[in-house]
Design a protein around this ligand. Structure first.
Ligand code: SAJ
Length: 429
């Protein structure tokens, strides 16, 4: 397919949608982005990206300046004018941990209204297996057009790592599951403009949906294993991170890093989509469910470490609100639960984060303080591995209790300097 005279519509201009749009547009493909958020759309049309992602700002700026990228809140206009539509909207979970497909369905409702013969619809949003075939295909066919004959449908999960999105999106292998061969072929042609990596076609849409969920579940389960190992190490006075690093010299071992829990919009959510489909077919997915419980309970474990060294502690600083180092994203951050637990247990809590905006930090019901002031509390808990915190020196935290949930500081150095330094997987009573 020649993309020179085609317009690509992208539904959802968030952490994945906007980079996808910007990369395609910088390849001289016309992209029309659609998003329900007026502020996002206005910013993009001025060449501004409203979240932090290395390299993205200049891509968006160039694409808009060169008239290859524009955005609108008029979803149906995009559906009417574009030949190819990629859906990259969020799939949150309900309180009962079942997938909330509202945004995906609403995007497809709009697409249905503008669907024409020869169109290609690509779903990138993470969804429970069989959503493509049981929900999206029938919905689009309400247009009167037949999938695989009149229009084409495929699923291609995005797997780029936040904070390295542009590099990974343009270099990672891409997985494609098409409704039929033509759907997969057309999708593969388009994605060859995005990635230099291999393009792998799996058998069908459901297989591609499974790929995404398996990847993130693999990570969640392995992090849970390391968190469990860390707790055992704490009981026998063994430094879990030292042991994990040593074990990983084995050519077939890849233990993950223990920490305060798992945040972000994907890893703590995607396993529930597998649990949902397992339960639908009478399976229990016990390992996956237990891993979720283990990782979600890590903030309680951090509190239990603090409780062991409680004497004279009334003020606590939480260092790091972002769910991981060097990002400004607070979705599902383990810091939220820790802060709630600390407040509930009567501590006076403040927080610092060098990247997350002050007004976002203050939505967690505490004061955002400078890094310098955060080091004045009785206890300092490092929750996020921001580069800045890796520079912490013992002389900055004299007479304090320091709890590190990430292996970014040399515990021996702190202890030799007389600091009460405790860490997940490394507690010295
Ligand atoms: N974490 C640990 N221990 C580890 C690794 C991570 O506790 O050894 C924690 C982090 O601190 C963080 C969470 O897990 O709270 C997730 O961080 P991450 O860097 O592992 O992953 P994400 O959520 O930023 O991105 C993941 C990636 N998936 C995999 O690596 C399998 C990314 O490739 C996906 O594109 C992304 O999810 C997504 O959008 O699904």
């Amino acid at each position: 397919m020649n993309f020179d005279n085609k317009q690509i519509g992208i539904f959802g201009l968030g952490h994945i949608g906007l980079p996808t749009a910007a990369i395609l547009a910088n390849n001289n493909i016309h992209v029309l982005g659609a998003d329900v958020n007026e502020n996002t759309v206005n910013n993009i049309n001025q060449g501004i990206c409203n979240f932090e992602e290395p390299g993205l700002n200049s891509l968006v700026k160039d694409a808009v300046k060169n008239n290859y990228l524009s955005a609108t809140t008029d979803l149906e206009y995009v559906a009417n004018t574009c030949d190819i539509i990629i859906v990259i909207v969020p799939t949150p979970i309900f309180e009962n941990k079942k997938a909330d497909l509202t945004y995906v369905i609403s995007a497809c409702e709009s697409i249905k209204k503008g669907l024409k013969k020869g169109n290609l619809v690509i779903i990138e949003s993470t969804v429970p297996p069989e959503t493509g075939i049981n929900v999206i295909k029938p919905l689009l066919e309400e247009s009167g057009l037949i999938c695989g004959e009149d229009f084409y449908l495929s699923y291609s999960p995005e797997r780029a790592l936040p904070n390295n999105t542009i590099y990974e999106m343009t270099h990672n292998a891409r997985i494609i599951g098409g409704f039929n061969e033509k759907s997969a072929d057309l999708t593969a042609q388009l994605y060859s403009y995005i990635t230099q990596g291999e393009i792998i076609k799996v058998k069908n849409i459901t297989s591609a949906e499974m790929v995404k969920l398996m990847e993130n579940t693999y990570r969640d389960v392995n992090i849970a294993l390391s968190n469990e190992l860390a707790k055992i190490c704490e009981k026998i006075n063994v430094n879990a991170n030292e042991v994990i690093n040593a074990a990983n010299y084995h050519p077939r071992v890849n233990l993950h890093t223990p920490g305060p829990g798992v945040g972000g919009h994907c890893i703590p959510i995607d396993p529930y989509f597998l649990i949902e489909i397992a339960e639908k077919y009478g399976e229990t997915a016990k390992l996956i469910s237990d891993s979720r419980l283990i990782n979600d309970s890590m903030p309680d474990h951090v509190l239990s470490i603090l409780s062991k060294f409680n004497d004279g502690i009334s003020t606590v600083s939480v260092l790091g609100i972002a769910y991981k180092g060097n990002v400004d994203d607070v979705r599902e951050t383990p810091s939220k639960k820790l802060i709630e637990l600390l407040i509930k247990n009567g501590y006076r809590v403040v927080a610092n984060d060098p990247i997350v905006k002050k007004e976002v930090i203050e939505t967690f019901n505490l004061d955002s303080v400078s890094y310098e002031d955060s080091l004045k509390s009785d206890c300092i808990i490092i929750m996020t591995d921001h580069d800045m915190y890796k520079e912490l020196k013992p002389e900055q935290v004299k007479d304090k209790l320091v709890i590190s949930t990430k292996p970014i500081l040399d515990s021996d150095k702190f202890r030799e300097s007389g600091i009460n330094f405790q860490a997940i997987g490394d507690i010295v009573l």
